[in-house]
Design a protein around this ligand. Structure first.
Ligand code: IMP
Length: 195
C-alpha cells in the first residue's frame, strides 16, 4: 500500500481521513514518523500555513505528505477570525472564549453569514497542490448543542436548522469543509499515477 504522511496528531482528523482514503493509502501521523516537535504555523493565510507544515515534513523527514489548515470566516468581521480561529481569544485556545468573542463582535450586526474553509496542501513527488473545502452558514446568537468542537455550537450550516454541534458527527462529516477538501484530495490521489 502506498504510504503518505498526514501532518497531524489529531486523532479525530486522522480517523476521518483514514475513513475516506484508507482503502488505498496507508495514512501515517506525525507520531508515526517520530516528529514530536511543534511545526511552525506562522503564515497569515490558511494556504500559507498548510504549505508551511507540509514543506517542513518534506524537508526534515523526506516523506510525501499533506497538511491542512481551517478557519471560520465571518463576512461582517472582514473574514475574521480566519487563520487565527484557534487563538482568537488568546493563546489558551479556549473554544468557549473564542465563541464569546465572536458573539460579542457580532452584537448589533445584521449580517451574520459565515463560512468554514479548509485548505489542504499536498506535496507529492515534486508537486505542490492545494485543495479547499467550504461550507456556508450563519452564526446564531447563543451556543446550542454538545457534539463536535471549536465553533460548532454557534454555526448553522446553510440548508439546516441545527448547529454543527446538534446535527451529529455522521452528518457533519459528510457535508463539512474538511470532508469536501479531503474528497478533492482523494479524487486527485486516485486519478494520479505516482508509481
Ligand atoms: P485546524 O486548522 O483544523 O486546527 O482548525 C483551526 C481552528 O478552527 C480550530 O481550533 C477551531 O477553533 C476551528 N475549527 C476548525 N474546524 C472546525 C470545525 O469543524 N468546527 C468548529 N470549529 C472548527
Amino acid at each position: 500500500m502506498k504510504k503518505i504522511v498526514f501532518a497531524t496528531n489529531n486523532l479525530h482528523k486522522l480517523q476521518e481521513v483514514r475513513e475516506i482514503l484508507g482503502k488505498s493509502w496507508d495514512i501515517v501521523s506525525l507520531l508515526d514518523i517520530g516528529c514530536l516537535e511543534d511545526i511552525p504555523e506562522t503564515a497569515n493565510t490558511l494556504e500559507g500555513n498548510a504549505l508551511m507544515k507540509a514543506r517542513y515534513i518534506k524537508e526534515h523527514y523526506g516523506y510525501d505528505c499533506f497538511a491542512d489548515d481551517t478557519g471560520l470566516e465571518i463576512a461582517a468581521l472582514d473574514n475574521a477570525p480566519g487563520v487565527y480561529s484557534a487563538r482568537y481569544a488568546g493563546e489558551s485556545k479556549d473554544s468557549k472564549a473564542n465563541m464569546r468573542k465572536v458573539l460579542n463582535k457580532l452584537e448589533g450586526k445584521l449580517d451574520r453569514s459565515a463560512r468554514f474553509r479548509t485548505v489542504i496542501a499536498l506535496l507529492l513527488k515534486n508537486r505542490e497542490i492545494l485543495f479547499d473545502g467550504i461550507i456556508n452558514g450563519t452564526i446564531i446568537e447563543s451556543p446550542r448543542g454538545s457534539t463536535g468542537f471549536g465553533y460548532d455550537p454557534v454555526f448553522v450550516p446553510k440548508g439546516y436548522s441545527e448547529t454543527f454541534a446538534e446535527i451529529g458527527n455522521s452528518i457533519k462529516n459528510t457535508i463539512s469543509h474538511r470532508a469536501l477538501a479531503v474528497e478533492k484530495l482523494k479524487n486527485y490521489l486516485n486519478e494520479t499515477n505516482i508509481d
